[in-house]
Write a protein that binds this ligand. Structure first.
Ligand code: HEC
Length: 126
């Protein structure tokens, strides 16, 4: 399992170098990323607690996986750069199914990455 995660991390790092120059941040992309996240990711990766009676497979799985070493909430993670995110989303990750381009475009992933960068920065400076 660790080897698999290392491979994902390495692929992410390599992708980061290859994808330079990185697009400038723009408010439109962040807003669009937030909308896509809320529609496509939040049903599993949202912030609502179990106390409200909703199961959140993503948030709950990541809470168990990282045991507090990384935030359970995707929106609080600063390590999910676009190439890392793309690797997870196109390949899937254990119980998360992969997303095809017809379901989630490359542009959607770029915009989600922009949104996550913004949301994690806000969380860090709270
Ligand atoms: C059907 C529920 C579901 C949906 C929808 C979903 N995910 Fe997931 N996601 C999961 C689960 C469950 C995991 C944990 C898999 C595991 O056990 O490693 C996960 C894992 C991840 C991971 C890996 C994090 C890590 O450190 O292992 C990322 C990144 C991620 N999701 C991002 C997203 C994004 C972005 C979206 C929206 C485009 C999304 N997910 C939509 C259920 C979902």
């Amino acid at each position: 399992m660790n080897i698999r995660k290392c491979t994902v991390g390495f692929a992410g790092a390599a992708g980061l170098i290859l994808s330079a120059p990185v697009l400038a941040h723009d408010a439109g992309a962040i807003a669009r990323g937030k909308t896509v996240f809320e529609l496509r990711c939040a049903p599993c990766h949202g912030a609502e607690t179990v106390a409200r009676g909703r199961a959140l497979p993503g948030t709950d799985a990541l809470r168990i996986k990282y045991q507090g070493k990384l935030p359970a909430l995707i929106e609080h993670r600063s390590d999910l750069t676009e190439p890392v995110l793309k690797t997870y989303l196109r390949r899937g990750s254990w119980s998360m199914p992969p997303f095809r381009k017809s379901e989630l475009s490359d542009r959607d992933i770029t915009d989600i990455a922009e949104y996550l960068e913004e949301s994690s920065r806000k969380e860090a400076t709270k």
